[in-house]
Design a protein around this ligand. Structure first.
Ligand code: MRU
Length: 379
């Protein structure tokens, strides 16, 4: 069951809310999620007491972004274990809630493996549940640490690639603290650039159709005091042509063994633009986003989302007068079919560098990625 906690906060002044946290009130453990569909207007928390609610929160993008999906999936397994639900059934439904971000299955598998290992070693149900929770917490911590290291590596890379004097960075979708146990991926790098006084401008793609850039990246950038400007996705081309972009920074949902990068739809056109205009195109992602079991870009399953996200403008947090929150305002003739892939794939040859917590791969090749993963997974 989900409960909702809404706080009428001064969002510009309050500290950034946590994307998710585990709580143990007397009624039993819960996973509390900041409902990202309601941002930036409202900070509403969803209190998940069971797995189906969490699965729905993942599908509806209340909780989203690759690293955070992994953390949420791991806590979901811990929740099922702590509340006495069937752990394997819970793991199965969580892992398949969304298909593209590899971190989701990774987090779910880690917590489920910890649960089963403890049970096999003789732990009772409570002990096995505690093992699943400890694993979820470990993943949460690791992700926060990975954010810091990616930010440091990314900043050093930009200093190497770009002339001094301040950088104008373009980003797509949302890749900050809202998708992570720490500062995030691409946006964590932009924040590091900002902290050393080198951010001239953060260009924020609005990210149609669900507006993660306009709603979430602008929310995070504003709180951090970054100089940011929002643009429609279609305006990126003229911005490059005007020489206003020094580098593109994006995250990733899955990186195949050959270095192909699946990320929010609209990333691939940016990579093409960046190559044409000789601008570095940098992907920032933890090694948990690399999937050596997926050979190439064509093998990555791309989530197809419902057409109404395109045919209707849905503003879940600020419904039109008289409308229900979450209902859309139609902008296309009734019955219009829509093409709505949530992600696209950028081939490795268009990626200047991949920044991970374990270091930077450039050029991005299958061998370079395999070597990085071997190094990070052995240590
Ligand atoms: O559909 P979403 O909002 O979950 O998509 C998120 C993205 O595409 C992010 O860019 C990606 O997860 C990388 S964030 C670390």
């Amino acid at each position: 069951m989900a409960d909702q906690r809404s706080e009428d906060r001064d969002t510009a002044a309050s500290p950034a809310a946590l994307a998710l946290r585990w709580e143990e009130p007397p009624e039993g453990p819960v996973l509390v999620i900041l409902d990202q569909t309601r941002l930036p207007a409202e900070e509403v928390e969803l209190v998940c007491t069971d797995v189906p609610v969490l699965v729905e929160a993942i599908r509806s993008l209340a909780v989203r972004g690759a690293p955070l999906l992994g953390i949420a999936g791991a806590y979901g397994v811990a929740l099922a274990a702590a509340r006495g639900f069937d752990v394997d059934e819970a793991a199965e439904s969580l892992a398949h809630a969304r298909p593209t971000a590899v971190n989701l299955g990774y987090g779910v598998r880690r917590a489920a493996a910890a649960y089963h290992a403890a049970a096999k070693a003789g732990a009772d149900a409570q002990g096995a549940a505690a093992a699943a929770l400890a694993e979820a917490r470990a993943l949460h911590r690791e992700d926060a640490e990975a954010s810091e290291r990616m930010a440091a590596h990314g900043l050093a890379l930009l200093d190497e690639l770009l002339p001094a004097g301040g950088y104008r960075l373009l980003t797509h979708c949302n890749t900050g603290a809202l998708v992570s146990g720490g500062g995030g991926t691409a946006l964590a790098v932009a924040a590091a650039v900002h902290r050393v006084g080198q951010l001239r401008r953060l260009w924020v793609d609005e990210t149609r159709p669900l507006l993660q850039g306009a709603r979430l990246t602008a929310y995070e950038a504003g709180r951090a005091g970054m100089a940011y400007t929002l643009l429609t996705d279609n305006a990126a081309g003229s911005l490059f042509a005007a020489g206003e972009v020094d580098a593109v920074l994006i995250g990733a949902d899955r990186i195949a063994a050959d270095g192909s990068v699946a990320n929010k739809v609209g990333s691939y056109p940016l990579a093409v633009l960046a190559r044409y205009h000789h601008v570095p195109f940098v992907v920032v992602a933890p090694t948990s986003t690399v999937d050596l079991g997926t050979a190439d870009g064509a093998s990555i399953e791309i989530e197809q989302r419902p057409g109404h996200e395109v045919t209707d403008i849905t503003v879940p947090y600020a419904p039109a007068a008289g409308a229900q929150a979450g209902t859309g305002i139609p902008v296309a003739p009734l019955g219009t079919q829509a093409y709505n892939p949530a992600f696209d794939v950028t081939p490795p040859e268009l990626v200047t560098a991949l920044v991970t917590e374990a270091g930077v791969v450039s050029p991005v090749t299958g061998d370079g990625i395999a070597e990085l993963c071997a190094r990070s997974r052995s240590g």
